[in-house]
Design a protein around this ligand. Structure first.
Ligand code: COA
Length: 152
């Protein structure tokens, strides 16, 4: 099967595929674990028209969005960006999350960041294992949330 993997900055032509991806995450019940913004087509449209300092990327297989990663916080004036990541439910367990995370770390470093942070639900075992393996230090924030920090 032909496979064309590509990491791309979220932009105008991707509104449809990104909307489909968000709806698929919602249908899989991922909204509780991943809620940086609403997961619907209107939000996909907003993301593709976004023009600020924060960074949004998609991993594409041909015309399909199979992964999504972001670094946010610069727009709000923070020096340490917050990382967010989601992989298409049919594409999990293939190591794609690592690829996206290392890419995001490189993008953050190029922007001058020395550290990246993230927050995660304490019951998101898959994400916790991934973040620990990559080298994040996790601390309990209370309320069922953990904060992860990594020095780049
Ligand atoms: C967390 C997430 C990004 C991991 O993505 P991924 O690309 O599946 O990551 P990996 O390929 O490293 O697999 C992680 C683990 O998933 C499990 N897994 C394996 N096959 C799987 C499958 N078909 N479906 C789901 N999970 C699977 C394995 O335990 C694997 O760990 P291991 O390979 O180290 O033993 C992904 O599960 C996801 O998008 N979850 C919903 C959104 C979310 O929780 N984001 C993080 C919020 S803080």
């Amino acid at each position: 099967m032909l496979q064309m993997l590509e990491l791309r900055t979220v932009g105008a032509p991707l509104a449809g595929p990104l909307g489909e991806f968000f709806e698929r995450l919602r249908a899989a019940g991922d909204e509780r674990q991943f809620h940086p913004h609403p997961l619907d087509r209107a939000e996909a449209d907003r993301r593709t028209r976004y023009d600020g300092r924060d960074l949004y990327y998609v991993l594409m297989d041909e015309a399909r969005v199979i992964g999504y990663g972001m670094l946010r916080g610069w727009d709000e004036g923070y020096d340490i960006p917050s990382l967010g990541i989601a992989v298409h439910p049919d594409e999990r367990g293939k190591g794609l999350s690592r690829l996206i995370m290392l890419f995001l770390h490189a993008a953050a470093k190029r922007r001058g960041a020395g550290t990246v942070r993230l927050t995660v639900n304490a019951d998101n075992a898959t994400a916790l294992r991934l973040y620990r393996e990559i080298g994040y230090t996790l601390r309990d924030m209370g309320g069922g949330r953990l904060e992860g920090i990594i020095r780049l």
